[in-house]
Ligand binder design. Sequence first.
Ligand code: B12
Length: 142
Amino acid sequence: MMLYLLKVLELSTVFSLLLLVPGILTEKEHGSNPINLTIVNSISNAPNETYSADIVFRGILLGAMRRLQQTNADFKFTCTENFNYGPFLESVNGVAGNNAEHTYWELLVQTGKNGSVIRPDVGIGCYIPEPNDHIILNFTKW
Ligand code: B12
């Protein structure tokens, strides 16, 4: 009887472990990855500032920026909501784009794949960074 109980216990342990395996395998997908985010002011030539932000699996850049804002008092940003395209990045660390002066925050990405810098054709609410992307918020003129 004792031997039978031990066998059942052993089997249930193995069964529980098997149930956990898929969870362990997919943990990476649901975890978060660090990405670098650099603030460049091409107009004032102020020194660049680089932050590390956490992004969830297939998360949008805006989410990583919000998390960074919540956890790092040195990083602040504001957005305006555009009816068609979503959030428009208006200001970063107190520096705001200005229509009259034709200034704005441009979104650039140095890709982890080959290091080239691209200008995404979507804004911060739609862009989904790859794990090794380096995000560049560049204050510039149009
Ligand atoms: C002019 C323009 C700009 C100018 C707007 C300056 C101004 N005040 O006029 C500037 C240079 C600032 C700009 C910036 C960007 N733009 Co732009 N822009 C355009 C363009 C060519 C015309 C818009 C327009 O005047 N429409 C007519 C007016 C009457 O309508 P409106 O609704 O008032 O227009 C406003 C919005 O379009 C807004 N706007 C412009 N670009 C973007 C981008 C985003 C993400 C948001 C939320 C709003 C927004 O600014 C306009 C003036 O207020 C369109 C393409 C097109 N042909 O429509 C692309 C377009 C809207 N932009 C686009 C993009 C991707 C960007 C950037 C993200 C590029 C980048 N990588 O940096 C940045 C925004 C970054 C940020 N700060 O969030 C995409 C948006 C696609 C999408 N689904 O997200 C478009 C469609 C071009 C494309 N690549 O296909 N843009």
